[in-house]
Design a protein around this ligand. Structure first.
Ligand code: PEP
Ligand code: MG
Length: 550
């Protein structure tokens, strides 16, 4: 048995077999083949297999995310049948008598270079598609299943060097019991996704993981951050008992369903859910969320090759609002940039993307992206209780600019005879120190604040949330962050506005009492944490607590 030590991201135990997530990176060797015709037959067979996979993926995506989101698989199928691409592979096999894998990887390199040198961002983005279809072909040639069409019935423990948020999105949730990454940090969006999905995950276990064989039996302990490879029978028995204990503890929390979030002394607070898309609405409802406190709308833009248009977005927002049946739904406008990179946005490469062109900065400089999202949101507003939230605000001017754009779109919709709700709330994330410090001036311009503690901590402490190497300097309870939250709370309340916390700190039960004392009105957390938080709140009595605790 080997024990790997990493950082637990979501508490839970998974016992199963490892399944590696590979994204290309194949080491393709060149060798000469004696029979070029036989090699061509291998190529054609692999191509047929790849096409079948893409057809399956297309069907599945249509069911899961709708026609327009599924388009990418149709595009990939067409690219696989492209004459120029195929001729290039076939010629190399015939003329140079090289193996099919090598011919495919050379075609991939040549075509992707051509696409990435184009000016048009749409064409540039095709380079990634070329690599993607070529990797699929190489996998088919090697007789390996593709990354996302695993046929095993058993849910597996997904392993990877690291996973981008878009890759985590691709995982078939019914077939994933846990995930482990060699790198990665506990505050990354991938870690947040694991919590939202409610599956055990351990990050930063180190390179050893990458040398382990696919299919190895393993146990993931998301509580301690340990991963046991080929566990011995004693460990297996101990962890099976721990898994059962955890299952019982989670089942016990069910008794809190339908109860109020109220302390023993009568202080009330709202608990809402953080979601990434429609897929988590069920979990929010099942865990008795009072509403949605953060819908990270940028996830609609990930893992695809073109912008979701106004209509597609409208349908998603409308469905969330309708599903929540009149409960408040806070939808954040897109927060692309930093770790959430999307090639078709055509953004310049930056030295320091977390401080670069991200979130509201993209929206305010690219109205062709911002306006369709705002139109979709305002159109959807009549289907429920909508609140629109803007990320990464640092100045009063930005807020005034946003307000002007919103009024302009409302007038436009009015002229077109399209209804929108006059009751929609508008708020901002407090996730930069600047926003917290000038929260007295921002409060009159908004209906609410929601504190993004993930970024607020990163920017206040000058600690990159993506970098596991500096984790030892990271103090999530740092006084500076807590003071900024207290300052924003006072300013919100002075102006009669509500304030919530939607960063990961909101779920930290060591701070629940502190937040209650500050007067925070709402905590928005991953659905799996709602009942645990309710348990904590209902067992808190602010009359008994130590003085001066803030
Ligand atoms: C935050 O920064 O705390 C937040 C909620 O936003 P995100 O994690 O999506 O950056
Ligand atoms: Mg943030």
């Amino acid at each position: 048995m080997i024990t790997l030590h990493g950082k637990g991201v979501y508490g839970g135990i998974a016992i199963g077999h490892l399944s590696f997530f590979r994204r290309g990176g194949f080491h393709v060797r060149r060798h000469t083949v004696s029979n070029a015709e036989a090699e061509l037959r291998r190529f054609h067979k692999a191509k047929e297999k790849a096409i079948r996979e893409l057809e399956e993926l297309y069907e599945k995506a249509v069911r899961d995310i709708g026609e327009s989101g599924a388009q990418i698989f149709e595009i990939h199928r067409m690219m696989l049948e492209d004459d120029d691409y195929n001729d290039s592979v076939i010629n190399a096999i015939r003329a140079e008598r090289v193996n099919a894998e090598y011919a495919v990887s050379t075609a991939s390199e040549n075509f992707s270079v051509v696409f990435s040198s184009m000016d048009d961002p749409y064409m540039k983005a095709r380079a990634a598609d070329i690599r993607d279809i070529s990797n699929r072909l190489i996998r088919a040639l090697a007789g390996k299943p593709s990354d996302s069409v695993r046929s095993e019935e058993e849910a597996s423990i997904i392993c990877a060097d690291d996973l981008a948020p878009s890759e985590t999105m691709q995982l078939d949730r019914d077939k994933v019991s846990a995930f482990i990454t060699a790198e990665g940090s506990v505050n990354s969006h991938t870690a947040i996704l694991a919590r939202t999905m409610g599956i055990p995950a351990v990050v930063d276990v180190g390179e050893t993981l990458l040398g382990v064989a696919d299919g190895t039996e393993a146990i993931v302990d998301g509580f301690t951050g340990k991963v046991y490879l080929s566990p011995d029978s004693e460990t297996k028995a101990r962890m099976t008992a721990r898994q059962e204990e955890d299952r019982k503890a989670k089942a016990l929390l069910q008794k809190y369903k339908g109860m109020e979030n109220i302390t023993k002394d009568g202080t009330k607070i709202e608990i809402f859910a953080n979601i990434q898309g429609l897929r988590e609405v069920g979990a929010a409802l099942m865990n008795d969320a009072g509403g949605i406190g953060l819908f990270r709308s940028e996830f609609l833009y990930l893992d695809r090759n073109s912008f979701p248009d106004e209509e597609e977005q409208f349908q998603v927002y409308k469905t969330v609002l309708q599903s929540m049946g009149g409960k408040k739904v806070v939808i954040r406008t897109l927060d692309i940039g930093a770790d959430k990179q999307v090639p078709y946005f055509g953004l310049e490469k930056e030295e320091n993307p977390a401080m670069g062109m991200r979130a509201i900065r993209i929206c305010l400089t690219r109205p062709e992206i911002f306006r369709p999202q705002l139109r979709a949101l305002l159109r959807a507003s009549v289907f429920g209780k909508l609140a629109i939230m803007f990320p990464m605000i640092t100045s009063v001017e930005e807020m005034s600019d946003i307000r002007r754009t919103v009024s302009d779109i409302q007038r436009e919709l009015g002229r077109e005879g399209i209804p929108y709700s006059p009751d929609t709330e508008f708020g901002i994330m407090i996730e930069t120190p600047a926003a917290a410090i000038i929260s007295d001036r921002l409060a009159p311009l908004v209906d609410f604040f929601s504190v993004g503690t993930n970024d607020l901590t990163q920017y206040t402490l000058a600690l990159d949330r993506q970098n596991p190497g500096i984790a030892s300097f990271f103090d999530p309870h740092h006084e500076a962050v807590l003071r900024l939250i207290a300052m924003a709370t006072e300013n919100a309340h002075r102006h009669g506005k509500w304030i919530g916390i939607c960063g990961e700190l909101g779920a930290d039960t060591e701070l629940t009492e502190t937040f209650l004392r500050m007067g925070i009105d709402e905590l928005s957390v991953s659905p799996a944490y709602i009942l645990r938080l309710r348990d904590k709140i209902r067992n808190t009595d602010l009359r008994n607590s130590k003085k001066g605790k803030k």
